[in-house]
Design a protein. Structure first.
Length: 272
């Protein structure tokens, strides 16, 4: 039996939540997915509070957050199948939600100085990326966003792409994605012939999806990639879990700041 798509939207109840939710609903309609709203409360309780007072404060905080989530859901174009408000870590909650019946897409918002931008560069989201089997999707939310028409996929032969998950992304977006481009950053110490062979293999494997390849080399690799992606019409940036584009701090900062946030390009991270 084929797995159903499920979109888990991580909502921080900021002013930017509506843009994230709008994109998530549009995406859910496209891929015929269920939608879950998830919010982690801070659970800030005075140190001197006794257990009864502590439980009451947390209960009120949860109730307030749940009411806010339901208000946000009312403005959407699709129903929400489940609301989750908890003190538990996001990673623990995702593990508890995991089911063989679903392919989970975890949507988080990325804004200039807010929570999700910080965790994308820190331990929380990296833990989600490295330890979960979900498709992680980071969405720039400082403005409305259209569903992308092209996948721009970062690859290297050292970190093989998760073909099954990439094919799942393509299958879910059938009719929406017009083309796929595979790119590789060539380091000075790496073998160009091997990287080209890997790119050409992927282009051949995904040829039915109007695939192309792009090898990036030289001192200004990051600037070249930014300029190249800027020429694409409504792209999705796709990266592989464990790849240097995510593990290397310089590449990660560039990916988040220059491409995803400033370039208004959604990011999908494939799990291993």
């Amino acid at each position: 039996m084929a797995k159903k798509d499920r979109i888990i939207v991580l909502i921080d109840l900021s002013d930017y939540s509506e843009n994230l939710i709008r994109f998530a609903f549009d995406f859910a309609i496209l891929v015929k997915a269920e939608v879950v709203f998830l919010h982690q409360i801070l659970g800030m309780v005075p140190a001197i509070a006794d257990n009864e007072s502590r439980n009451e404060i947390i209960k009120i905080e949860k109730a307030t957050a749940l009411a806010s989530l339901k208000v946000l859901a009312q403005g959407g174009s699709l129903g929400v199948s489940k609301f989750i408000v908890s003190q538990e870590s996001i990673l623990c909650l995702l593990k508890e939600l995991a089911s063989d019946d679903y392919t989970d897409w975890v949507f988080s918002g990325l804004k200039g100085t807010g929570f999700f931008k910080r965790i994308l560069l820190g331990s929380t989201t990296l833990a989600i990326i490295n330890e979960s089997n979900c498709l992680s999707v980071a969405i720039p939310v400082h403005g409305p966003l259209l569903i992308p028409r092209k996948l721009v996929v970062g690859v290297t032969y050292k970190y093989p792409i998760n073909n099954d998950q990439l094919k799942k992304v393509i299958a879910s977006l059938t009719g929406q994605i017009a083309s796929i481009e595979f790119f590789t950053f060539l380091q000075d110490s790496e073998d160009e012939a091997i990287e080209l062979e890997n790119l050409n293999k992927l282009q051949s494997e995904f040829s039915e999806h109007h695939s192309s390849v792009f090898l990036i080399k030289g001192e200004d690799r990051l600037a070249i990639l930014k300029e190249h992606i800027a020429k694409s019409e409504h792209p999705f940036l796709v990266l592989q879990q464990g790849s240097r584009t995510l593990e290397d701090l310089l590449f990660r900062k560039f990916t988040v700041n220059e491409l995803v946030y400033s370039g208004q390009i959604p990011l999908i991270i494939l799990s291993k």
